[in-house]
Design a binder for this molecule. Structure first.
Ligand code: MV4
Length: 451
């Protein structure tokens, strides 16, 4: 087993990894930028190494500096968390070349997972449902129109160079598609330095449902059920829950089996997530692989009782999975609200600044994963996520009541946060009935502004 793990991340996920290491008796090394010198992950780690200035490019994305810190401190492994270098195949390879275990999939698998058209080809050959569309990039409006004629309108243009919704354009007629093509290519070029587009059949009002999987280096795979991630604002997830009120036993089994088939096909090892779009008739389509531990992993931990970060470390150390699929039990209901330092009344614009005071919720079934404290300075350099509020209860109505109670207790003064916004969402009748899809907030958005 590893003696020392370097955490190549910051904020709440760095704390989360340090906590798993501490319970496993593994020493921890934190890395921090100048802006994070007063951060909790620096305080909680056994050692801490300054890796440079605030700018991510010069610190948390600085591969040589991070690997240098691992060597200097004698780390056997590096945990990348999520974001930053967590899905960077070059970094995974550099760790391997440096004799340091990368806690995640192999560099080859990361590269495969990141190459949408290669993944699409493999999965189509395996008969796994992918969204009908172009097998590769579409080079002109005419080419796009001929594929659209084949798959049927509406269609959606997407940037080949990156996800997250940027450069996406929906078209319901050939005319709309032709004019959307240049706009989408321009946006994609600006966002990712790559104007290439591909085209898919547009799935109306889909749900975003993802399956957590664990795969060890001995060919064992299990899935830990689904997470419903449809409550998003401009493609940024805000609320996640497990299980999904839309997934019945049959769909859960099919999604789980498909997720494991995909993992085996790309020789996936460690923790990963298979993302699907599900339409109103419960048809599901593979969307992408997330080759990292995800922000929302705690809702799966709450309903299965499995510590996903601990499993990542055990699998990276070469251990065989000690959990069989038949041992996995789903108990109760869990929901997570992402607490962002952003202003819901100003288009969720980031709201960095000094926190005056914090009152955290607590009590039965409440978990807060956060790195903030009284007088903590929320810096403008990184993602606006400052914490996650997770609740567990025996069923969805109880989980909603518990989340409402926790949100009522939660108080952060000195900056704007999304706490007030969630209080409004959880009062919304449609949300309480589980009538949510990826467009839910567009409709509720109006009341969110008024509220
Ligand atoms: C789609 C789609 C409908 N049809 N693709 C949004 C960002 C990226 N992850 C993919 N996204 C979508 N792709 C097809 N063919 C609808 C969305 C989408 C969405 C997907 C998941 C969660 C929230 C969403 C919000 C708007 C659109």
């Amino acid at each position: 087993m590893f003696k020392r793990i370097l955490i190549a991340n910051r904020g709440e996920i760095a704390l989360r990894i340090i906590r798993a290491c501490r319970e496993m008796g593994i020493k921890t090394i934190a890395v921090f930028s100048d802006a994070d010198k007063d951060s909790l992950h620096v305080k909680f780690a056994d050692h801490a190494v300054n890796i440079g200035p605030a700018l991510s490019r010069k610190s948390y994305l600085n591969m040589a500096c991070i690997i240098g810190a691992a060597k200097e401190t004698g780390a056997d492994a590096i945990h990348p968390g999520y974001g930053f270098l967590s899905e960077n195949a070059e970094f995974a390879k550099a760790c391997f070349d440096g004799g340091i275990t990368f806690i995640g999939p192999s560099a080859h698998t990361i590269a495969m997972a990141g190459d949408k058209s290669a993944a699409r080809k493999i999965l189509t050959e395996m008969g796994i449902p992918v969204i009908p569309g172009s097998d590769d990039i579409v080079v002109s409006p005419e080419a796009a129109c001929s594929i659209a004629d084949r798959v049927g309108y509406p269609v959606i243009l997407k940037a080949a160079g990156g996800g997250g919704g940027r450069g996406m354009r929906i078209a319901r007629t050939p005319e709309e598609l032709s004019s959307a093509f240049a706009v989408a290519a321009g946006e994609a070029g600006a966002a990712f330095g790559n104007p290439n587009l591909y085209l898919e059949k547009y799935i109306e009002k889909p749900r975003h449902i993802e399956i957590q999987i664990l795969g060890d280096s001995h060919g064992n795979y299990i899935h830990l059920g689904e997470r419903e991630c449809s409550i998003q604002m401009r493609y940024q997830k805000l609320i996640e829950e497990s299980p999904s009120c839309f997934v019945d036993e049959t769909l859960r089994r099919k999604l789980g089996e498909t997720a494991i088939r995909i993992a085996k096909a790309v020789n996936y090892t460690n923790a990963g997530t298979m993302e699907f779009l599900v339409d109103k008739d419960k048809n599901f389509y593979f969307m992408e692989i997330n080759a990292r531990v995800q922000v929302e992993h705690p809702v799966t931990e709450a309903v299965t009782g499995i510590d996903i970060v601990e499993q990542q470390i055990l699998m990276a150390a070469g251990r065989a999975l000690a959990i069989k699929q038949e041992d996995v039990r789903f108990n109760g209901w869990s929901m997570e609200c992402r607490i962002n330092a952003s202003d819901p009344n100003d288009n969720f614009m980031p709201s960095p600044g000094q926190i005056a005071s914090v009152i955290f919720p607590g009590g039965p079934g409440v978990r807060v994963d956060t790195h903030i404290y009284d007088n903590y300075m929320v810096t403008p350099f990184y993602d606006s996520l400052i914490g996650k509020l997770i609740v567990w209860a025996k069923d969805r109505p109880s989980a909603i009541r518990r989340m409402q109670r926790a949100l009522a207790e939660f108080e952060i003064t000195g900056i704007e946060t999304t706490i007030g916004f969630y209080r409004r969402v959880f009062e919304n009748e449609q949300f309480q009935k589980g009538e949510i899809d990826t467009h839910f907030l567009d409709t509720m958005g109006q009341t969110a502004k008024r509220g």
